[in-house]
Design a protein around this ligand. Structure first.
Ligand code: PMP
Length: 411
């Protein structure tokens, strides 16, 4: 009996992304910088335009029709996020500017309420700067200490070392799900389980995870989870913080201003209910509505189909690119996805990026906002290819050939 196996039609999908049909230096764009930001499907671009043409008004405050319609569209986007990662309460979905904003919110607000002198916060050696610096700032302010889970030569966290780091003093753990510079997938479920056995809350930085596979926040049982819309095929300047109500209720507001209050007098202000307590000021309304459309778009394709296509593409890229002469992959974790970081013997990553650009290939070179990862590997930078479901095996073949040309220029 034939089973109904759905196959992702990449050529059809590519038609949804106008930018993929542009030329760079006269060559078709090969966009391999998806970990930095993803391209936007036409439906998302059109949704933003439609909002400004037909709905533009401020939300939550107006009694006039436009304001009410904009508010409905904005709140529908929150519901789409809730269903997308299977949260159970809208009060637990806080709309932010992005991952950085979400993590700063938690560090600042949770920190103000719960962290004191002598406490310890654990992060991993794989973190993006935005999951390091907010905790450093908090530790400096409170006289707390930042502890770091070490990584091995493959770029995987050393779990036994993590177990040893946890103590009575540990008050918070914040770890990345998927590393943006190496592609390592952290065992976040095990981290959360161990942390919860000691009553320690955990934040998951899902900036490089949410776009690649289905996340279920209830199943994961994380206490906080952060992501950015722009890495999820949505506009820039919007993002999400998921947080358990039991913590959010206890945490003080992050910023003061309109929308986050219930009543204001010069003597005393009372705060709005969740999630609005953490949403001060006019947000990026069009961007949030656009994020809802991006989620609809991904649901239509199916996250499982996206995952399996990307897994196959990554395995192909890994094998093909690793076989390029004098190329060394950086980060060889057993559980890895989407990101291929590498060095070419004797050639600076910036030179690789520049030469590839002449062929229309967009890759990222540098430290990827993970300087401690670079220090761990004793290198200043890597060249990084990061994939999306609109990329193809032909693009990988073309890039492997282009890398050989880099040697002709510099070798
Ligand atoms: N964490 C990780 C793992 C990331 O890859 C990024 C973006 N490169 C961030 C956090 C920060 O995201 P944003 O700049 O969208 O706030």
């Amino acid at each position: 009996m034939l089973t109904d196996v759905k196959i992702l039609d990449v050529q059809k999908i590519r038609k949804d992304f106008p930018i993929l049909h542009t030329l760079v230096h006269g060559k078709p764009l090969v966009y391999f910088d998806n970990a930095a930001t993803t391209q936007k499907p036409l439906c998302v671009i059109q949704k933003e335009e439609e909002y400004y043409k037909t709905l533009n008004s401020n939300i939550h405050r107006g009694v006039h029709s436009l304001s009410q319609k904009a508010t409905t569209a904005y709140e529908q986007a929150r519901e789409k996020v809730l269903r997308f990662f299977n949260a159970s309460r809208l009060s637990e979905i806080i709309i932010t500017k992005g991952t950085t904003d979400s993590i700063n919110l938690v560090a600042s607000s949770f920190g103000k309420k719960f962290i004191k002198e002598g406490d310890e916060i654990i992060i991993s050696h794989l973190e993006h700067h935005s999951n390091i610096v907010p905790w450093q700032l908090l530790c400096e302010e409170k006289g707390a200490a930042l502890k770091v889970i070490p990584i091995n030569d493959k770029g995987e966290i050393i779990f036994e070392a993590f177990e040893k780091l946890i103590s009575e003093k540990t008050k918070f753990i914040s770890v990345v799900y998927v590393s943006n510079s190496l592609g390592t997938v952290n065992p976040v479920k095990e981290i959360i389980q161990l942390a919860h056995s000691r009553n320690i809350p955990v934040l998951i930085d899902a900036a490089q995870a949410i776009q690649h596979f289905k996340i279920d926040v209830q199943e994961l049982d994380c206490d906080f989870l952060a992501f950015s819309g722009h890495k999820l095929y949505a506009p820039t300047g919007v993002g999400i913080l998921y947080g358990k109500e039991k913590y959010l209720e206890e945490m003080p507001p992050y910023q003061g201003g309109g929308d986050m209050i219930s009543s204001v007098t010069f003597e005393k202000t009372t705060y709005n209910s969740l999630p609005y307590k953490f949403e001060a000021g006019t947000p990026n309304i069009a961007g949030v509505i656009g994020m809802g459309t991006a989620i609809d778009y991904l649901n239509e394709i199916g996250m499982d189909l996206i995952s399996s296509y990307e897994k196959d593409l990554f395995e192909y890229a890994n094998a093909k690119l690793s076989s390029v002469e004098k190329l060394t992959p950086i980060g060889t974790a057993e559980n890895k996805l989407s990101v291929f970081s590498f060095a070419l013997e004797g050639i600076h990553p910036h030179d690789i990026g520049t030469i590839l650009d002449f062929d229309g290939i967009a890759i990222r070179t540098g430290h990827h906002c993970t300087q401690p990862v670079m220090q761990r590997f004793g290198i200043p930078a890597t060249a990084r290819i990061s994939l999306s479901f609109y990329n193809t095996k032909e693009e990988i073949d073309f890039t492997a050939d282009a890398l050989k040309k880099v040697f002709e220029v510099f070798g």
